[in-house]
Design a protein around this ligand. Structure first.
Ligand SMILES: Cc1cc2nc3c(=O)[nH]c(=O)nc-3n(C[C@H](O)[C@H](O)[C@H](O)COP(=O)(O)OP(=O)(O)OC[C@H]3O[C@@H](n4cnc5c(N)ncnc54)[C@H](O)[C@@H]3O)c2cc1C
Length: 331
């Protein structure tokens, strides 16, 4: 399926190609930026993504993207998308890449829509997905009080007691947002708070946030809707019951690496190892954004890496083309 509009007609008037100079996987800040940079180099590139925007569409307040004092995720990613749609050389499909394999000519990609594409170079910009707590009640009560996507649920729990699980940037941000709309918030963290110093200060200043450090969730309770959560000190001890209408789970992320896990070198946490040019252990395979072992999971860093990966992929593709022309066969 095409998303939004089809630039293919503008390109050549031909039907869908199966072979591209470059395939980019992922439509978050890294993938969208890579796509624009690929198009600027006149690479015939294809962007394949499960959804448009990535994780950042979940946030209502972005305060650290240069050029904007404050902007919402949907607004910022809308601008990324609009910029992509003005590019001439890029095609894009809403589709999930199931597997990437090496071939003598580069790579072949299989998608969940049953399509197969080939390209000498691929950029993996698949980002991350949310970790689960794996406690009783979590799965059963999902969308009935258990939530991983704060922005969509915010208005529903206005003024009600809620729990936020997780003491990192996302958990602290969620607790502060919920407190701002008048809820009585308990933030439960299994260790010390690890968010940005400014955000921790804001949290401490809020009168309607209680913080439980070194506590873990034992069970999420409720029949058809969350009614409470039981927590206990990490490593055991006396359980406490919190009466809450919702539980917001913000306990970190895991890299989306299923389609390339068999192919590429990764670190201990599963992130794809990249070099200075965003190249991976496999020549022609580049990676950018949160899926990599690069320091800092931020929109601006993902976008920067997307740009760098596209420049490096462009150089790689042109070098291969030159070699083919000189030697008369594929490199
Ligand atoms: C609630 C929240 C608030 C945040 N707030 C901020 C903030 O204020 N400032 C900031 O700088 N950062 C913030 N971040 C972090 C920021 O969103 C990420 O660093 C950034 O989105 C990473 O971009 P990415 O392109 O690497 O990955 P993602 O945004 O995760 O995008 C990955 C894309 O790849 C797609 N995909 C995955 N697997 C496949 C597949 N197999 N086939 C096809 N497509 C696939 C996904 O659907 C998605 O579109 C926040 C994150 C969250 C969750």
């Amino acid at each position: 399926m095409l998303f939004l509009q089809d630039p293919a007609a503008r390109l050549s008037g031909k039907g869908e190609r199966q072979r591209y100079d470059l395939v980019i996987i992922g439509g978050g800040p890294a993938g969208l930026t890579a796509a624009v940079y690929a198009s600027l180099q006149h690479l015939h590139a294809l962007l394949l993504t499960r959804d448009l925007g990535g994780q950042a569409v979940d946030t209502s307040r972005i305060k650290n993207y240069m050029g904007y004092d404050l902007i919402s995720g949907p607004e910022l990613l809308g601008k990324f998308r609009d910029q992509l749609l003005t590019q001439k050389y890029i095609e894009h499909r809403l589709d999930e890449v199931l597997r990437v394999d090496q071939t003598p000519d580069g790579f072949s990609l299989q998608t969940s829509n049953g399509c197969q594409y080939q390209a000498p170079a691929v950029i993996v910009a698949t980002g991350m997905h949310r970790r689960r707590l794996d406690v009783p009640g979590e799965k059963r009560l999902q969308r009935r009080g258990v939530s991983y996507r704060l922005v969509h649920e915010l208005a529903r729990y206005q003024g009600q007691p809620v729990a936020v699980i997780g003491g990192g940037n996302s958990g602290i941000g969620a607790a502060t947002e919920l407190a701002r709309i008048g809820g009585c918030v308990t933030l439960v963290s299994s260790g010390p708070l690890t968010g940005d110093a400014n955000d921790i200060e804001q949290l401490a200043a809020a009168e309607n946030i209680a913080v439980l450090i070194d506590h873990e969730v034992v069970v999420i309770e409720g029949e058809d809707q969350v009614t409470g959560v039981r927590v206990q000190p990490r490593g055991g001890g006396v359980e406490r019951h919190l009466t809450v209408a919702a539980v917001f789970i913000e306990v970190g992320f895991l890299p989306n690496i299923d389609c390339v896990a068999h192919l590429v070198r990764r670190n201990r946490t599963g992130e794809i190892e990249i070099g200075q040019d965003c190249g991976t252990s496999v020549p022609g395979l580049f990676a950018a954004g949160d899926v990599t072992d690069g320091l800092g999971q931020r929109i601006i860093i993902a976008a920067g890496e997307g740009a760098r990966a596209a420049l490096a992929a462009g150089a790689y593709v042109r070098a291969r083309q030159n070699k083919t022309t000189t030697e008369g066969h594929p490199a």
